[in-house]
Unconditional design. Structure first.
Length: 362
């Protein structure tokens, strides 16, 4: 019996060797150095040629580049014995200055099973111009940015920021501050109101949080009025996060201390077009009044105004949060931000989660 099993094993191995393909792939070269290439010249390409020196057809079963910047193409049909094929590698140098060394992995159903091709070189950066320095284009003007980000601003303070505007046109463009209708808490001061062709002018902005009288992340925009013949009104976005100025508190001042009974709630699996609600309880564990400055829900859920906006030490209140599943599908996560005067925890994010199934019969 043992001899029979051994003989069968030898027969299976022999059949396996007999069935193995004898296609053999030989490349003319497996490495290519492009040397120095200009970024503005576009993709650099090289074709790696090979020949099937075996006795059976051979197929390239997979060709993968080491990163998305190398785009391979190759012979897709089986290569017959004695015939040639190719693998083309293309490297896009755009926004990739400096040296590079990339690989292309070639898999076959013959010999070798895996072949490695390499390309290398150095990208010479293209000369910079107005499109690089002022990427935002609105009509004949280009901006360093059309979104003015002030970052954190204390509630009783001011902050400043600026942007550059460049005239890429052939005619002078005048900036009309008076006609721009800025929000009351924003002040705009261009270094000059006349922007000559091929000239850049800096525009300064001041954000007055005491006039805004709000809390947390705030977004505004206005239309910058100009006499540009192309899109005379240029939209400018502004954002800031307004935080309480706790530096005004003396070191020994009594302080509020906020606590929530929970900071997340999972509704589990619910159907589409369903409303579900939960309640978060807010406590004041401090020795000074807790003032709830603001509560704001993210898109997809609504939060009620807390029953009380000021809590004495030891008091509590609640905030009701409702989620409308609408036409959402799958897992959803929404938030409610609560801002208060607790120096150690001025902002708390409350989370609600659910898994939404499609409504039955739809």
């Amino acid at each position: 019996m043992k001899k029979l099993i051994f003989s069968i094993g030898l027969l299976i191995c022999s059949l396996g060797l007999f069935a193995q393909k004898n296609g053999k792939l030989e490349f003319e070269k497996t490495q290519h150095a492009f040397g120095k290439i200009k970024e503005e010249a576009g993709p650099a390409e090289i074709v790696f040629k090979f020949k099937n020196t075996g006795s059976d057809p051979i197929t390239l079963t997979s060709v993968k580049a080491s990163c998305g910047c190398t785009t391979p193409d190759w012979t897709k049909e089986p290569i017959q014995p004695g015939k040639e094929g190719f693998v083309k590698a293309s490297y896009n140098p755009r926004n990739r200055p400096g040296k590079f060394n990339k690989s292309v992995t070639v898999k076959t159903d013959g010999q070798p099973e895996i072949a490695m091709l390499r390309i290398s070189g150095e990208v010479i950066p293209r000369p910079k111009g107005p499109k690089d320095f002022y990427p935002m284009e609105v009509g004949n003007l280009r901006f360093k940015s059309t979104h003015i980000v002030f970052g954190d601003v204390v509630h009783n303070g001011k902050d400043t920021a600026s942007t550059l505007v460049y005239n890429q046109g052939e005619n002078v463009v005048n900036l009309n501050v008076a006609a721009s209708k800025l929000p009351s808490h924003i002040k705009m001061e261009p270094e000059k109101t006349t922007v000559s062709p091929k000239e850049a002018v800096r525009i300064h902005f001041t954000y007055d949080a005491s006039i805004k009288n709000d809390w947390g992340y705030n977004f505004d925009y206005f239309k910058l009025a100009t006499d540009d013949t192309d899109t005379p009104e240029k939209r400018i976005n502004l954002s800031a996060t307004i935080k309480e100025n706790f530096n005004d508190l003396p070191a020994d001042a009594k302080k509020a201390k906020v606590r929530f009974d929970k900071e997340s709630h999972n509704f589990g699996t619910i159907q589409q077009k369903t409303k579900v609600s939960t309640t978060f309880t807010i406590f004041n564990d401090g020795d000074a009044p807790l003032i709830i400055r603001k509560s704001k829900a993210s898109c997809g859920c609504t939060a009620s105004r807390p029953a009380k906006m000021e809590l004495a030490p030891g008091e509590s209140t609640h905030i009701d949060v409702t989620f409308n599943s609408g036409n959402f599908k799958g897992k959803q996560k929404k938030s409610v931000t609560v801002i208060c005067n607790d120096p150690s925890k001025p902002s708390t994010t409350l989370w609600i989660e659910s898994n939404i199934e499609e409504a039955k019969g739809e």
